[in-house]
Design a protein around this ligand. Structure first.
Ligand SMILES: [Fe+2]
Ligand SMILES: [Fe+2]
Length: 155
């Protein structure tokens, strides 16, 4: 169990997944703070909930890495983008969620190809949740009356 052979590409997927999930934590946490500063407490609450969900995803990946006997190695935390209104924040989120779902899709397909059912199911579980996130972001974005949105200073 401890020293099973792990395909290097699987490690690559896990490392990238951890980087993206931690980037999502930073992004949603930043957005919660911005929404709060903009006087949008309901948006801030939703971003905080997302932050916690992404943190749980990061935790699951770390647990999986430890189970496989590898050290968590996220190496590319990307900066949270600058935006001037809620719609722009949500567009950034849609882009990040799309990137994460694409990664999990690739990872799940790869696991299927090498006959790794356990890790395949792991990535598929995350994929389902991220597709749900992406859907929620789209719905939220569509519900905004974008033309009437005024730009705000960053803080
Ligand atoms: Fe996530
Ligand atoms: Fe997500």
């Amino acid at each position: 169990m401890k020293h099973m052979r792990i395909h290097p590409r699987l490690l690559g997927y896990l490392g990238r997944a951890l980087s993206l999930e931690l980037s999502a934590v930073q992004q949603y946490m930043t957005q919660a703070a911005l929404a709060e500063a903009w006087g949008l407490p309901e948006a801030a609450r939703r971003f905080r909930e997302e932050t916690v969900e992404e943190m749980r995803h990061a935790e699951r990946i770390i647990q999986r890495m430890l189970t496989l006997g590898v050290a968590p190695n996220a190496s590319q935390l990307r900066p949270a983008g600058v935006a001037r209104n809620l719609a722009d924040l949500l567009r950034q989120d849609a882009a990040l969620e799309a990137e994460i779902t694409a990664l999990y899709q690739d990872a799940a397909i790869f696991c299927e190809r090498i006959g790794d059912a356990g890790n395949g199911a792991f990535f598929e579980g995350l994929l389902r949740e991220e597709l749900e996130h992406a859907q929620q972001i789209d719905t939220w974005l569509a519900s905004l009356t974008v033309p009437h949105q005024t730009d705000r200073a960053y803080f």
